[in-house]
Design a protein around this ligand. Structure first.
Ligand code: GTR
Length: 437
């Protein structure tokens, strides 16, 4: 080759190798990029573990076998393999921080009560924002955790603003809540309607309990139980969902000391990751008489084996702190898990449960959420209840805005996005009237 061509040839060889490297790199990236499946015909073959066959293979044929052996087995499997084991109930102390006798247009009493969860000399304090109808003595309540602080559920200017970590979003910068975010979540909390219907509402900022990011459980409630947890294998230690659920139970401990709240009539509600939390709270604490899962999806009401939308591998990668370490074993390996989410709903039986999906929330797999209810139905029937309805579970996935609510397992598909709306609350209040009030 003439020497004058050498640089040109060199240039082209270099460019070609660079291009090859780029192509390989993009391919690797594409392989790692998660592509959710929404195609029913592409769902991997799966068989659900049976809720009504014991670990030893015996059929669960009556309520007493369920209560004495199968239910404890399933609860144990969820604790060891999915959410992690939490500690025993700790001591609590409470202190009223504020009280307003004319909240919500004069219809409600609004209080802020600090509940301190104590272990030896260490503690975590959560602030309960409590609304109770003025006219009634001891009322049934809804309790639900909120995402951005108590001051976001109501635009009132005198609700205290959390000093704890808050996710940056909108007006929240540097992980600190501001005045500007008062009332920004009010659309999800129709307080006046709840009060008009004769219920109280209690909400707690979830970041008071455990800030929602992975930090090896250095902050929040986990570290105070270091001693209690030392005998629990690392893979089985509680994640954030279990911690949030634990605190919901400590709030009920407090209700037992509050004469304006009827601790026997408590409904727990949660949206999305907090819907996963309300289901686990309902499974672990029978004092929740109604459990509401709003758009909870993967690790909540949706069947994991379908792997539609968000999958176990994906959730464990994005949110490694939500579940226990053992749950990692089921990344792209859902069939190996000894439980699936219909069994979580079954743990709530015979108490009432309501699962809600939204047409625009495909990530949470609405059909998978519905199928969990369908597969939990036989457990309710075994316990002498109507499950999804006295004439049997529905044969078809319902259309939107057609709630299934005649039995103890309620379900609806709502039009619209991943959210909590007045439509959702209207269904929950009607359902609560039948099962809590
Ligand atoms: C998503 C997550 C879901 C759901 C949701 C939420 O990013 O993938 O599992 O929990 O967050 O909590 O808003």
């Amino acid at each position: 080759m003439p020497p004058s061509l050498e640089p040109i040839v060199k240039f082209f060889t270099c460019s070609i190798s660079l291009l090859a490297v780029l192509i390989i790199h993009t391919k690797v990236l594409a392989q790692n990029r998660f592509v959710p499946n929404y195609d029913e015909s592409a769902i991997p073959a799966y068989e659900l573990p049976s809720a009504l066959i014991t670990n030893q293979g015996a059929a669960v044929t009556d309520a007493s076998i369920w209560k004495e052996s199968r239910r404890p087995e399933i609860l144990e499997l969820f604790a060891a393999e999915v959410y992690g084991r939490g500690p025993e109930a700790c001591e609590i102390q409470h202190q009223t921080i504020s009280k307003k006798s004319n909240a919500i247009g004069g219809k409600a009493i609004r209080r802020e009560v600090d509940v301190k969860m104590l272990t030896g000399s260490r503690s975590t304090t959560m602030r309960l924002l409590i609304y109770t109808p003025k006219s009634a003595a001891s009322v049934p309540v809804f309790i639900g955790l909120n995402f951005q602080g108590n001051h976001t559920v109501d635009a009132a200017d005198d609700i205290s603003i959390t000093k704890n970590w808050v996710r940056n979003r909108g007006d929240v910068k540097n992980n600190r809540a501001t005045e500007a975010t008062r009332g920004t979540a009010a659309g999800r909390w129709p307080i006046e309607t709840i009060i008009d219907r004769g219920y109280g509402l209690v909400t707690i900022y979830y970041g008071d309990i455990d800030p929602d990011f992975a930090d090896g459980f250095q902050n929040g409630i986990h570290p105070q139980f270091e001693k209690e947890m030392s005998s629990v294998p690392q893979g089985e230690r509680w994640g954030s969902i279990a911690a949030w659920a634990y605190a919901l139970s400590r709030a009920v401990d407090y209700f037992e000391q509050d004469e304006t709240i009827d601790a026997e009539r408590v409904a727990v509600i949660g949206h999305s990751r907090l819907g996963k939390t309300s289901l686990w709270a309902g499974a672990t604490d029978p004092r929740f008489k109604l459990v509401i899962s709003n758009n909870s999806g993967c690790g909540g009401a949706a069947l994991s084996r379908r792997a539609v939308g968000e999958t176990v591998a994906r959730i464990n990668t994005s949110f490694p702190h939500w579940f226990c370490d053992n749950y990692l074993k089921y990344n792209q390996n859902e069939n190996a898990c000894p439980v699936d989410q219909h069994m979580l709903i079954g743990l709530i039986a015979p108490r009432a449960v309501y699962v809600a999906s939204a047409t625009g929330d495909k990530w949470a797999d609405p059909r998978g959420e519905f199928l969990s209810c369908i597969h939990a139905d036989p457990i309710y029937r075994l316990l002498g209840n109507s499950g999804m309805g006295s004439s049997g579970p529905p044969a078809e996935f319902p259309t939107a805005q057609a709630p299934i609510n005649s039995g103890r397992v309620g379900y609806h598909l709502r039009t619209g996005k991943h959210d909590v709306t007045d439509y959702d609350w209207a269904q929950y209040l009607d359902f609560a009237d039948r099962h809590v009030k």
